[in-house]
Design a protein around this ligand. Structure first.
Ligand code: LLP
Length: 402
């Protein structure tokens, strides 16, 4: 850990005490029902974050070979890694097989056939769960909906029997169970109740027990409060899990898994950015910040609203559009929001940036990579994990080699 640090904006600031409290709440609530949590690494693969999550004993949910390598490198046990994604490349499948991950969440019949072939070529058994597209509307933003028939994810129910038969007849495929993930930032519990009902029906209609899989993975999707992050720092994991406990009617011996991303990490992170210029339009005042869509894509991609504070002004409030420096009209952090009167040089904190901000950072306009800093017991520090990482490049490439 370094003490002398230069906080050059824009940067991500992660509160490790909040992360720790969130992980404690999630793991405690899951323990009540013996549920397993895999962290969806795509939400944030910052090594300090993944290190702490690993220390809480979670598994990892990966969607690429590189995420698998990262998870292994951070110490997540291979037998707690699940691997989803509609476009797994043959080499990634081989890597996952040779690293003995727990399970492929398989998304199509053709993928199942390729996994079988790669397994055969490498004389390995592939452990697979079938990801089903349940046709459920999660009532979230359409760009983060995954479980409707319009979406590319999962196997349609009309092909489930064929997939089950394929697993059953192949000496190379070991059927582990079923996988679902209906979407992200799901603010109502109703779609999860609907999901349970669908799962119950699938179990009875297809006599899933006959095929011997003992795992049921219900994905992620639990929402966080972007409007009032300080009031609702820790998502209600307890109610979330209780909905599944109350509504699932699957055999008692099933191991139930979840893949949580956003709910574990969103509220521990902020994006800190500086106001470069203020500019009067006809009906608007623009604040032009040094951070923009390259550091936080969510407003541009999903019209997401993040709470923003000016942490350096006490003037009366005015209405602003906060826009980044990128050459794109969609480079907006917030529209028509009220902040204390703001001037060049003021510092803004954008809340709830722990999930899908740093991991979705862009290089567009040849932007410099924003750094990350950490808060613990009220003290700010940088991490030397990144430095160590450079030295360990050879170890990482060893993990990639097979
Ligand atoms: N499992 C699978 C198969 C997923 O595709 C995802 C997220 C998760 C789990 C974790 O979902 P969560 O608990 O985080 O909702 N970039 C978007 C979110 C994309 C989510 C992609 N899949 C955003 O910023 O809102």
């Amino acid at each position: 850990m370094f003490t002398n640090i230069i906080l050059k904006t824009p940067y991500y600031l992660y509160d490790l005490d909040v992360l720790c409290q969130t992980l404690s709440a999630a793991t405690l609530s899951a323990k009540k029902y013996n549920y397993h949590i895999h962290y969806a690494i795509k939400a944030n693969h910052n090594p300090v974050i993944t290190d702490m999550i690993n220390r809480f004993g979670l598994g990892a949910d990966c969607v690429s070979g590189n995420e698998i390598v990262e998870a292994l490198y951070r110490g997540f046990p291979a037998n707690k890694i699940v691997y989803a994604g509609v476009g797994k490349v043959d080499d990634e499948i081989k890597l996952a097989l040779l690293r003995d991950i727990f399970c492929f969440n398989c998304e199509s019949i053709e993928e199942l056939e390729v996994i079988e072939q790669v397994a055969k070529n490498n004389n390995k058994n592939a452990h697979v769960a079938l990801r089903i597209n349940p046709g459920i509307q999660p009532h979230t933003h359409y760009n983060i909906t995954t479980g409707t028939e319009e979406n590319k994810f999962g196997i349609h129910l009309s092909q489930l029997q064929q997939a089950l038969d394929l697993c059953n007849h192949s000496p190379w495929l070991k059927f582990e169970g079923l996988h679902f993930h209906i979407g992200s930032q799901i603010t109502s519990l109703k779609p999860f109740v609907e999901l349970c009902k669908k799962v119950n029906n699938i179990f009875s209609d297809f006599e899933i027990q006959k095929y011997g899989g003992l795992h049921l993975n219900l994905g992620g999707g639990l929402a966080v409060d972007y409007g009032e992050p300080q009031q609702n720092m820790i998502p209600d994991f307890s109610t979330f899990f209780s909905v599944f406990a109350a509504n699932l009617k699957v055999p008692q011996n099933m191991n139930i898994h979840f893949e949580l991303g956003r709910s574990l990490v969103a509220q521990c992170g902020k994006l800190i950015t500086k106001v470069l210029y203020t500019k009067k339009g006809i009906n608007k005042t623009f604040l032009i910040t040094d951070g923009g869509m390259t550091e936080l894509m969510r407003p541009a991609l999903y019209q997401a609203m993040h709470k923003i504070e000016n942490i350096s002004s006490k003037y009366p409030e005015e209405k602003y559009d906060i826009v980044g420096p990128i050459c794109e009209t969609t480079d907006v952090l917030a529209k028509d929001i009220f902040l204390p009167g703001t001037k060049r040089g003021d510092i803004l904190a954008v809340y709830s940036c722990g999930a899908y901000a740093e991991s979705m950072m862009l290089k567009y306009n040849m932007r410099e990579k924003a750094k990350s800093f950490f808060l613990k017991n009220g003290k700010i520090f940088a991490s030397n994990l990144f430095e160590k990482e450079k030295k360990c490049k050879s170890q990482i490439s060893e993990l990639k080699n097979y």
